[in-house]
Design a binder for this molecule. Structure first.
Ligand code: NI
Length: 257
């Protein structure tokens, strides 16, 4: 029997799934996906993530505000996230972080809410899920300043160097790789895929974005996580089953499932 995968990061609440969301979710298992973590990107999408998680046992939610939307973030939203996190299907805070590539929100605002949401994760003793685009230095600095020995979390769709990944791992974090590892010119993600300690590695799709080869350009779906897994298994010279099992085990350890 072939192993099934856990997709550690997908946005099934995204409007690109409005037409066929339930169909996509119901067919996950036959497509070798055992579970999906759906992080929120703002208050509404966090609510939608939780609604899906309550409807389907194999969907888990994280609640939080993405750096793109941090300009809309407020203390009220933070308090609502805190309330929502009492629900058992909310297993993390995210996705949170910094995005200096798009700069959709002012950097000061991004940093403020990244910090505040790390503090929320700490208060709730939940792992947090980090989005870091072109902001490696500030992400690491803030995580170090707010560091505590606790639940840890994930650097999602990790795009930094091998050296930097070691710093995050030292803080108790897991490194999750997605579609870019399958791209031909993705030299650094492929290096990272080979170097991350096996017990710190996770796989994801970031659906509907970052679709792996051979479907690059199309809408991404959790079922394509196997192409991410295949590429990493090849790089690490392990079987796809071993990679599936190990990344599942890692996911369950991190989220205490
Ligand atoms: Ni995401």
């Amino acid at each position: 029997m072939a192993s099934k995968f856990i997709d550690s990061h997908a946005h099934l609440d995204d409007q690109r799934f409005d037409k066929d969301r339930d169909e996509v979710i119901r067919s996950l298992y036959e497509n070798e996906v055992e579970a999906v973590l759906n992080p929120g990107s703002d208050l509404n999408s966090s609510k939608e993530a939780l609604a899906m998680a309550e409807k389907y046992p194999f969907i888990y939610a994280a609640v939080g505000c993405h750096p793109h939307d941090s300009r809309y973030m407020s203390d009220d939203h933070l308090n609502i996230f805190k309330e929502m996190a009492k629900n058992k299907k909310v297993i993390g805070i995210g996705e949170i972080g910094l995005d200096y590539y798009y700069d959709n929100s002012d950097r000061d605002i991004q940093r403020k809410w990244f910090r505040e949401q790390i503090r929320l994760a700490k208060e709730l003793d939940l792992p947090y899920i980090v989005h870091d685009r072109d902001a490696h230095e500030d992400v690491l600095r803030i995580m170090k300043e707010e560091h505590y020995d606790g639940a840890g979390g994930i650097l999602h769709c990790y795009s930094g160097s091998v050296e930097l990944s070691r710093e995050f791992i030292r803080l108790g974090f897991y490194i999750s790789l997605g579609g870019p590892v399958t791209f031909k010119n993705a030299r650094v993600p492929k290096l990272v895929a080979g170097e991350v300690p096996f017990d710190k590695l996770l796989i994801e799709t970031d659906s509907p974005y970052l679709t792996p080869e051979p479907y690059r350009g199309k809408r991404n779906e959790p079922k394509y996580v196997k192409y991410v897994a295949e590429e990493i298994a090849k790089i690490r010279n392990v079987s796809i089953d071993e990679l599936a099992e190990k990344t599942k085990e890692n996911f369950k350890r991190l989220f205490r499932l």
